[in-house]
Design a binder for this molecule. Sequence first.
Ligand code: ADP
Ligand code: MG
Length: 248
Amino acid sequence: MSKQGSILYLDGITVSFDGFKALNNLSLIIGEGEMRAIIGPNGAGKTTMMDVITGKTRPDAGDALFSGDIDLLKRDEADIARLGIGRKFQRPSVFESHTVWDNIELSLAGHRGVVESLFHKLSAREKARIEEVLDTVGLASQASRLAAYLSHGQKQWLEIGMLLAQEPKLLLVDEPVAGMTDDETAETAKLLKKIAKEKAVVVVEHDMSFVRELGVKVTVLHEGSVLAEGSLDTVSADSRVIEVYLGR
Ligand code: ADP
Ligand code: MG
């Protein structure tokens, strides 16, 4: 696959921290509407890769293109978010003292300030959109609860809903099921598969049964580059992958 038809195109990305290469000539292409799982040992560079895509870290070398021709390395973090790249960090960061509904409303508003948007009268379209997002993430019945009272899994879903409200074209999700119960993990796989019908999704995760449930192409990162790529069965049978990651 080339730049054309890709939502994300990384080529030769290198990031050094005091001479240590966190990313070392990393090349990765995600297709329009594709969901990809990224696995690899701690320190492989998974989070640094997301930092580069979202403009938080500037690489020393390489190209990063969005939608085939938008140069991400010339944009700042706010720009990149506006272009349609949403990022879910590992720890949930919802507004605990607001209701589930208001959390979604706040991120829908996006550009409005918190106070302004809570007093802003919602249009029928905005209301319908909030309902749709809550429905997608399975929190419609929790709309009027304070976010503080949600379970860990529900908070993660709420945060995914807050990202969806901003209608990203590409969603980056870093270790979404860490700390979740088995049931919540299974629900999260379902949710991401549903989301991936409409947008591209890159998921970093260690939980192999969850990755299996996603049923998508897997990229294995090791020491800042791609070690292997293919179906989970293919990469799991790769002796290098077993040695650096699965076999430990
Ligand atoms: P992963 O998410 O795959 O566990 P990271 O991308 O967080 O890996 O880290 C890759 C490597 O880069 C690690 O060795 C980490 O210690 C190092 N690293 C990440 N960020 C920084 C930083 N800001 N300064 C120095 N080293 C860093
Ligand atoms: Mg990480």
